[in-house]
Structures are given as C-alpha cells and as structure tokens.
Design a protein around this ligand. Structure first.
Ligand SMILES: Cc1ncc(COP(=O)(O)O)c(C=O)c1O
Length: 455
C-alpha cells in the first residue's frame, strides 16, 4: 500500500491518541514502517533519527533480532499463562532480574501492561495497604504540578496537567497538587528549608495526616521539562513521609532502565521510595509491559494482615509471558552490552552540545536534564526577556516544530506542559555520530523557530 492509501485508511479507521484532527488529516502525517538502531524509516523510505526513542521507551534501539527471537520462542513454547494462582518462568525470571537491579528492599514486582496501569496499581496498593493496617481513612494522594502520571481515571487524578484533566472531571477526590522543583537544582542550601519541600509537609498537615495514603513524584519530572531535583530533596520526601506514615512512590515510567544512566532513577537522586512504577524502557518498546516494584516488608505486611491477605487487583495480561520474556532479553542485553556506561559517556556530550546551542540561539530560555533525558525550554528572546505569546507558542508547537522535524530528519517532541519546550530522549545506544546528528537537528529547529518568531 502506498503512503497516500495508508494515510487515507488511517484517517478513515484509526483513532489517534492526543492528536488534533488537522494534524491527523494532514498530508504530512508520518507513517513509519521500519526501525534500525537509532533510526526510523517512513513509508517513503526516508530515514529519521528517533530522538525521543519512540515515546521515551526504545532504550536499546530498534531492530534487535535477539529480542525478536526471545518473543518468538516464548510464543511457541507458552503464549499465555496468567499470574493468578499460578506462575510461569518468564515472569518469574523478569521479576527476579528486576529485583537484582532495584534499590535495596524493593524486591516484589506486580506486572501490568502500561505506565498508567502501573500508577493505577500503586494507587490501589497504597489504599489497600493502609486499610489492611486499620487505616481505611488514608485515601488521599499528593502529586506535583505539571507531573504526568498517565491517563486512566485514577492515574489521571494524580496527573497534574490541567488541560488533560479538565475534560474528565470529576476525578478522584482528595488529590492535592504541590509545587514541583522548577527553579531548584543542585546545591540550593538545606533541603528542609526549600519551599518546594515545605509545601509537601504543609499539604499533608492541611489535609490531615491520617487521611493521606501516598506521595507520587518522578526522580526527574518530565512534565514542565526534565526537572532534576535539588540536592537532598528526596531524603526530605522520605523523612516527611515517615513522619506522617505516608507511602512514597517514585514514578519511574521514564526514569528507569537506564534513561538517567542508572537502572532506576531513584539511585541517581538518592530516593528511597516504598514503591516504584515502571514501564517503557523495561521492554524497550518491543512489547507492552509495566509494573510496580514494592518494598518487601509492605507486601509481607499486607499479605499477613487479617484485613488484607491478598492484593485485590489483577489483569488478564499482567505479567504476560511474551512481554516478560522480552523484558528479560532486553534487560539482559542492556546489561551485557553496558548500555548504562554509554549513557555515562554520551550524556555529557549531549549536555554540552545543548548548552552550546543555548548560547547561540536567542529562543532558548533554559536547558535541563541529565543522562539521556533533556528539555530545551523556549522563549522569544532570552536576551531581552521577551516571552512567546500564546499565539506564538501555539504556532511553534503546531506548525514550526513539526515542519522542522521533517526538514531536519530528527524526530523530537514539542511540549506545552507549563512552558513551550522540546523534549529530547535518544536511544541509550546512541554513539557520538548519533548525538552529533541529534544536535544538528536541534540547531536547525531553533533556527526555524527564530525565523518564524520575531525576537
Ligand atoms: C512518568 C509517567 N508515568 C506514567 C505514564 C503513563 O504511561 P503509559 O503511557 O504507558 O500509560 C507516563 C507516560 O509517558 C509517564 O511519563
């Protein structure tokens, strides 16, 4: 089928996710047919750099025949068995491998199928855990402004992006949004004195400490643009949660499996969470999988409690044999091929290159991030302090950037969660040539923005 026919059928039959009608109906709608390493090929056989690793997920890169073989072998041997009252080798092996790589004390994984479902599962675990301890009043949650935690109604309730919450109100009651860490990174003085820390304790006190179940936060927050927290931030979160008996959840749907140069981002930022949600990089996108890693002592307490006994939650596909076999193959390959060492080598090259571009382009307000996870925040003119108007921001995100992705052959993502930004998250196997190609693409995009927006 040629590109025009593929586009026509997509318009007619395929429901797009988070996409405006004009973009879906455009003659430029990309149709990707093949992936190889860090690159994608469209239906006209044009090559693009996959600078966002799909959606922050293709960590090991495209076209890995070893992962395909692991999936095929599993399909032949046992395409399906559940984790309800029975177990199977790939899920056992994946959970064991993940426990070996996880922070100390977090050794039990409940597998699900996506990041949203992982967050949903963490919300439910927190509530049921507290109930099993005779505290059924602990039903509320705290999350941070502009954090994205997924789209199912529970996960959406802790998602703090106004535009995507608004159409679905009312959401879960008792969810409180607190400031994120924008403006604070590195050494900002004693962490317990920071406004973004004190606001969390204040929110718990105002809500009533006996009513709060859990605090949700990402090690590096994607919404609002790759926010790396200030030193000591996560130790304070731990202390505050301990003080009030609240569970601490690190949402690592993006930050785990090497994105920040560690198996889990918690390790990088000094987090000691009770639960970790993960998804994307666990299979590098070769098959859908998500999960919640839970502190062993909490699992034991819930299971042993007369009010608990089991986690009253599950899904047909949770811990699917093919997805968990893919996770084992993917994580094993990342480990054997030292993908994390590559992030340690290439992350600073990306960081320095983006800083250089920030110095050369008036439309860059800030560059944030770590590992292979960055955001470039845009403005009209950083030298004069002139900001993008609402119309200009819309023009950049809806017209200028999509055209610039096509022109430069580098695929990234424009983002409007709290600011106008370009998100960058290349595969963890990116070498020096790929990072140069990426930086040239960003340079071209910034040039296009400046041509379109008078400074
Ligand atoms: C931090 C975080 N949590 C949850 C989700 C939801 O994951 P999914 O799209 O797999 O449902 C995402 C998705 O980008 C995410 O970045």
């Amino acid at each position: 089928m040629d590109t025009a026919a593929l586009r026509a059928n997509a318009r007619r039959h395929l429901g797009p996710h988070f996409t405006r009608k004009e973009a879906w109906w455009s003659d430029d709608l990309p149709v990707f047919v093949r992936g190889e390493g860090c690159h994608l090929y469209d239906s006209d056989n044009r090559r693009f750099l996959d600078g966002l690793s799909g959606l922050f997920c293709v960590n090991i890169g495209h076209g890995r025949s070893d992962i395909v073989a692991a999936a095929g072998k599993q399909m032949e041997q046992l395409p399906y068995a559940s984790n309800w009252g029975s177990a199977h080798p790939p899920a056992i092996e994946a959970a064991t491998l993940i426990a070996e790589l996880a922070p100390e004390g977090l050794g039990t994984t409940f597998f699900v199928n996506s990041g949203s479902e992982a967050v949903e599962t963490a919300l439910k675990f927190a509530r049921q855990y507290h109930r099993s301890q005779g505290q059924p009043g602990r039903t509320k949650f705290i999350s941070r402004e502009f954090a994205y935690h997924g789209t199912t109604l529970g996960a959406l309730s802790v998602t703090a992006v106004p535009k995507i919450r608004e159409p679905f109100q009312p959401l879960l009651p008792g969810v409180r949004q607190v400031p994120n860490t924008i403006g604070y990174t590195g050494d900002c003085g004693p962490a317990d004195q920071l406004d973004c820390v004190r606001a969390i304790e204040q929110a718990i006190i105002e809500e009533g400490p006996d009513t709060v179940a859990a605090v949700f936060a990402e090690p590096v927050q994607n919404g609002r643009g790759a926010l790396v927290p200030p030193d000591g931030y996560w130790s304070q979160l731990r202390e505050i949660c301990d003080r009030y008996g609240v569970l601490l959840v690190a949402d690592e749907v993006i930050c785990s499996f090497g994105r920040l140069g560690r198996w889990f981002g918690s390790e990088l930022v000094g987090a000691d969470p009770d639960l970790i949600t993960f998804a994307k990089g666990s299979t590098s996108g070769y098959s859908p999988l998500g999960g919640v890693l839970v502190r062993d002592s909490l699992v034991a307490t819930l299971f042993d409690s007369p009010l608990g006994g089991s986690f009253t939650h599950g899904a047909t596909w949770g811990g699917h044999p093919v997805s968990t076999a893919v996770a084992v193959a993917n994580i094993t390959a990342m480990r054997d091929e030292k993908a994390l060492d590559n992030v340690a080598r290439m992350g600073p090259v990306l960081h320095d290159g983006l800083r250089r571009l920030a110095g050369a382009h008036r439309c860059v307000k800030d560059v944030r991030g770590t590992g292979l996870f960055y955001a470039v925040e845009l403005t009209a003119n950083a030298e004069t302090g002139s900001e993008l108007t609402e119309d200009e921001a819309r023009h950049v995100l809806q017209d200028v950037l999509p055209a610039a992705f096509r022109r430069t052959g580098v695929l990234l993502r424009g983002d409007d969660r709290g600011a106008t930004m370009i998100m960058i998250s290349p595969p963890l196997i990116s070498d020096g040539d790929v990072i140069s190609e990426l930086l040239n693409g960003v340079d071209g995009m910034l040039t296009d923005i400046e041509a379109a927006i008078p400074g």
